[in-house]
Design a protein around this ligand. Structure first.
Ligand SMILES: *[C@@H]1O[C@H](CO)[C@@H](O)[C@H](O)[C@H]1NC(C)=O
Ligand SMILES: *[C@@H]1O[C@H](CO)[C@@H](O)[C@H](O)[C@H]1NC(C)=O
Ligand SMILES: *[C@@H]1O[C@H](CO)[C@@H](O)[C@H](O)[C@H]1NC(C)=O
Ligand SMILES: *[C@@H]1O[C@H](CO)[C@@H](O)[C@H](O)[C@H]1NC(C)=O
Ligand SMILES: *[C@@H]1O[C@H](CO)[C@@H](O)[C@H](O)[C@H]1NC(C)=O
Ligand SMILES: *[C@@H]1O[C@H](CO)[C@@H](O)[C@H](O)[C@H]1NC(C)=O
Length: 594
């Protein structure tokens, strides 16, 4: 099929071409030239088909475009001097004219469209030949239009890019065949709008556009344009550039993430695996275990210690993790003193993080809890014990020598003033007089050593009752009130009017502590004076349930203990006296606390 074209070419060859061959000897040239016509035809038959040029030539409709003869790859056209070219449109026998004023013409090696039209699209065959060889190759020319309303066709662009932050350089490509780089004025557009190249951000020199300090905003569709003059006509030649600003992930230097100069607790004799880990984005480092500034392997030189190979793992965020193990099969004493160092070596130098093996600290926690629980228990028990045995404890305490020495002298004569209803006014089953005049003195005075004031027993003869009460009430440390079965309030204090006043005084001013003793199982407080009710509510009453047996008269029964507890410490009796009485002959618990 190429035969026609070559035939055309052959006819165009002139013998003069042969003489321009530098290396040929003139003597040999003439015969060759004589047979040239024949030779050329032989060549034509053998014209080597080099196929289709991979690169296509794109020309904007209406703009000038040049297509250079594609070369067979092994050909070295040492300049065009030694070769002749012919172009023809594929499928056409007519060669492209060399007429310089034609719209499409051949200019030596070049096929020129000034300007190109859509219908020029297609394959063009270039035949290149000299006196001995002939080659042919097809070139594809695509004439295209720009997208509607745009100054470029988005599918035909020069794709260029530079990284963010740098100064990017964009090139208005493939123009050196048309204009002179040094004198050309390239007009630049972004998204078809003229780019203000007077701004310092942009610098347009030659075919290049430099963008300083690139940001993602500088991305976009750029167009460059030059004016081409031919035959007294001006044409535009434009190139579209898809400009990308690359945002590369910054390479982070490797960094140790574990250990961080920390320690781990390992029992003696246990096995342990020490971990040294580094994060990295480029594996241009080494990670190793050192012990006391030597490689762990060299330091120990023992099978007890094994250093593992680096283990690499890629994390989700794209960075990588490198881990090196130092395995100790059995921790020995010396290990607790050694400095285990995770060493990272990069081109920037060394980074070291230490890991120490420590003895586990004893577990204080369990012990502490136990101590606290025990302490709380002790406190609770102590409080309960005190509550239950309060009376006994206080009484026991009073018996101690120490306590006796610490009793203060208050200048009072009596320990207690005993107030009681006259037996005639009560319907008690117990004779009040017996209790007051026999039982109380027997226990409190004789056995416990208290001094009581009992009206009717202790006042001087002839004294006025009112005076006696008034005077002695202030001489007493306590006020013992005996409550017996009383029918009415009037009855109770009927004959003890003076006492009533004193009682009122004492209670209201709270000068004297009162002790209530009930002689009845069921007492009716409804008719009692308010002050009595108040005392009962505040400190309770002690009930005498006993009879008048011997055992009821022992100061170590519950009843008397309660009385003694409420009484001031006894002064008149030695500890010895009380101790000698401390073992009752026969305990009959007939006396009970209220
Ligand atoms: C072949 O090449 C020579 C030298 O380059 C030139 O003089 C001659 O015109 C060419 N022939 C044709 C047909 O173009
Ligand atoms: C023609 O071109 C071929 C390939 O470059 C070269 O080897 C050969 O010497 C050339 N012939 C002449 C006569 O120059
Ligand atoms: C853009 O170029 C492509 C490829 O040549 C073509 O198919 C398309 O029709 C062109 N767009 C326009 C609007 O001409
Ligand atoms: C470049 O052009 C394409 C097609 O017209 C458009 O989709 C894209 O948005 C443009 N790029 C920029 C940055 O405007
Ligand atoms: C060349 O481009 C310029 C600016 O884009 C425009 O003003 C002018 O008309 C164009 N010339 C031709 C021949 O298309
Ligand atoms: C070290 O111990 C770790 C964890 O037990 C294990 O994964 C690793 O394979 C061991 N390396 C060597 C070299 O024994």
């Amino acid at each position: 099929m190429g035969g026609g074209a070559v035939t055309v070419s052959r006819r165009e060859v002139t013998p003069a071409f042969c003489f321009k061959e530098k290396n040929m000897k003139p003597a040999l040239l003439f015969p060759i030239c004589i047979i040239f016509e024949c030779l050329a035809s032989i060549c034509a038959e053998d014209c080597h088909d080099c196929g289709v040029e991979f690169h296509r030539s794109y020309i904007v409709d209406g703009q000038p475009g040049f297509v250079s003869c594609p070369l067979c790859y092994w050909l070295d056209f040492n300049g065009e001097v030694n070769y002749n070219f012919t172009w023809s449109k594929n499928g056409s026998t007519a060669h492209v004219t060399t007429e310089r004023h034609a719209r499409v013409y051949q200019d030596g090696r070049m096929l020129k469209f000034i300007p190109a039209r859509l219908e020029d699209s297609g394959y063009y065959q270039c035949v290149v030949w000299n006196s001995t060889n002939c080659f042919k190759k097809l070139a594809e020319v695509i004439v295209f239009q720009n997208d509607n309303g745009l100054c470029y066709n988005k599918s035909i662009m020069y794709l260029q890019s530079d990284p963010v932050g740098t100064s990017g350089k964009m090139v208005c490509a493939d123009l050196s065949d048309y204009v002179d780089k040094n004198s050309v004025q390239v007009r630049w557009y972004k998204e078809c709008k003229p780019l203000d190249t007077s701004r310092s951000k942009f610098t347009a020199i030659g075919f290049d556009l430099t963008i300083e300090n690139m940001t993602k905003d500088d991305e976009g569709n750029y167009t460059c344009e030059v004016t081409y003059a031919y035959d007294e006509k001006l044409y535009n030649i434009s190139r579209a550039i898809g400009w990308t600003v690359n945002v590369y992930r910054k390479r982070k230097p490797a960094v140790i993430i574990f250990p961080k100069n920390n320690s781990i607790e390992v029992e003696l004799g246990c096995q342990v695996s020490l971990v040294c880990s580094a994060l990295y984005s480029a594996a241009d480092f080494t990670l190793s275990w050192n012990v006391n500034d030597m490689f762990a392997k060299d330091y120990y030189n023992s099978s007890r210690i094994v250093t593992g190979m680096p283990i690499h793992r890629t994390l989700e965020d794209g960075t990588s993790l490198m881990t090196v193990h130092l395995n100790i099969s059995e921790v020995k004493k010396e290990d607790y003193e050694n400095k285990f160092a995770c060493v990272l070596q990069t081109s920037n130098g060394l980074a070291t993080e230490f890991l120490f093996i420590k003895h586990p600290a004893p577990n204080f926690q369990g012990g502490l809890i136990a101590i606290f629980v025990a302490l709380a228990l002790v406190i609770v028990i102590a409080v309960l014990t005190y509550k239950v045995f309060r009376v006994d404890i206080i009484l026991w305490h009073r018996q101690s020598c120490f306590y006796h020495h610490s009793i203060k002298e208050d200048g009072k004569t009596y320990d207690a003033y005993v107030m009681f209803p006259k037996s005639g006014n009560t319907n008690s089953i117990y004779p009040v007089d017996t209790f007051v005049l026999k039982v109380l003195p027997e226990v409190l005075e004789r056995q416990c050593g208290y001094r009581l004031f009992i009206l009717g027993r202790d006042e001087l003869p002839g004294e006025a009752i009112a005076d006696v009460v008034d005077k002695t009430m202030n001489e007493c440390r306590r006020l013992i009130i005996i409550l017996a079965g009383i029918n009415s309030r009037d009855n109770f204090f009927e004959n003890v009017f003076e006492q009533q006043i004193a009682l009122y005084d004492a209670l209201v001013s709270n000068k004297v502590k009162a002790i209530l003793i009930e002689l009845e199982k069921t007492m009716d407080y409804k008719n009692m004076p308010e002050s009595i009710k108040y005392i009962k509510q505040k400190q309770g009453v002690i009930r005498w349930k006993g009879n008048f047996t011997d055992s009821s008269l022992l100061p170590y029964t519950r009843f008397w203990k309660n009385v003694r507890y409420r009484m001031p410490p006894a002064k008149g009796l030695s500890t010895q006296t009380l101790l000698s009485n401390s073992i009752p002959p026969s305990e009959s618990h007939t006396i009970k606390d209220a």
